[in-house]
Design a protein around this ligand. Structure first.
Ligand code: ES4
Ligand code: ZN
Length: 310
């Protein structure tokens, strides 16, 4: 089925809506440092990637059990279906949970349980991408990857995310080589806040088949030519770029320039609970602010399917 959109760049922990944060805090008897929903909502103002990551990791404190992860994923699939998403390859951050004492089997069991029912319950075909948290120690990435293999976690790919600048892809060459040897697909966040050089490293050193964000590639015409030539998909997240101040406003977003350059771009939601909306909201914003036409929207839709791993 290739109508609908393939959502390829969404972090499941970034779909944790404020209401669910409060509900899970109550269920798990966790004291949050917020007075109420409005107080929590007032924190959703970011100056850069790190300021967002601080809140994103703090809010994950409420995710403790397999049931919590399953509830999170099911809530996402329900919302994604309403956005017109019929296929979702979503990231999860194993180290964000193991590093605070949540056993990896709880995470994997909850998410994979939700994935198993996603088609029947929501009409969304779902698949999981484990993502390496690049600002944590390299040996930890190897440990967690080994544990995913031992658990037989149903992952289709390995990704790379979190704080980009100062944590280049080159650090993770060996763990991505292991993932390729296991037959996994490879994707990496690169060129979000980091330089074009990180995009090159993701391709050359990690074997990335697609690039998450990649918008700073535009600063390097030779790199753009290569990405066009090799048809490397870029999963672009306009609301994210605005909220994290990678671009000033949606009206200034380089999405159309990227399309015109011949890049294979598709539009995704990244952390929709934090950045103002899901894929449908991003597309509505682009229509409104950038004059995205129906024909352009259809190109983005088709690109999303061409870029899908499954
Ligand atoms: C992320 Cl917007 C973004 N960038 C990098 N890593 C992330 N993890 C979750 N959201
Ligand atoms: Zn992302």
């Amino acid at each position: 089925m290739t109508d609908g959109f393939a959502e390829l760049h969404v972090h499941i922990e970034g779909t944790l809506e404020p209401e669910l944060i409060l509900a899970l805090a109550e269920r798990n008897r966790i004291e949050l440092p917020y007075r109420d929903l409005d107080d929590l909502r007032s924190r959703y103002e970011f100056t850069d990637l790190q300021s967002f990551l601080d809140l994103y990791y703090a809010n994950m404190e409420v995710l403790r059990t397999a049931q919590d992860f399953a509830d999170l994923a099911r809530a996402y699939f329900a919302r994604a279906a309403r956005a017109g998403v019929t296929h979702a390859e979503f990231f999860f951050d194993p180290q964000a949970h193991t590093s605070r004492g949540v056993p990896l089997p709880e995470v994997v069991a909850g998410l994979s349980d939700a994935v198993a029912g996603a088609h029947r319950e929501f009409g969304v075909d779902a698949a999981m991408i484990a993502s390496i948290v690049r600002d944590r120690p390299v040996p930890e990435a190897h440990e967690v990857f080994g544990e995913l293999l031992r658990l037989g976690a149903p992952i289709i790919a390995l990704g790379l995310d979190s704080a980009e600048v100062g944590h280049p892809p080159s650090l993770f060459e060996d763990v991505f080589a292991r993932a390729r040897a296991e037959g996994l697909h490879i994707t990496a966040h690169a060129g979000e806040e980091g330089p074009p050089e990180y995009v090159r490293q993701a391709l050359d050193l990690l074997g990335a088949e697609r690039i998450d964000h990649g918008i700073r590639s535009l600063e390097d015409p030779e790199l753009v030519a290569r990405l066009v030539d090799e048809s490397i998909p870029l999963t672009v997240c306009p609301f994210s770029n605005v909220r994290l101040r990678v671009v000033d406003t949606l009206a200034d977003h380089p999405l159309r320039r990227m399309l015109e350059a011949g890049l294979s771009v598709s539009v995704h939601s990244d952390d929709p609970a934090y950045f103002g909306g899901y894929v449908d909201d991003n597309l509505a914003g682009l229509k409104d602010q950038l004059g995205l036409t129906d024909a352009e929207r259809d190109v983005l839709r088709r690109n999303s399917w061409d870029a899908a791993f499954l």
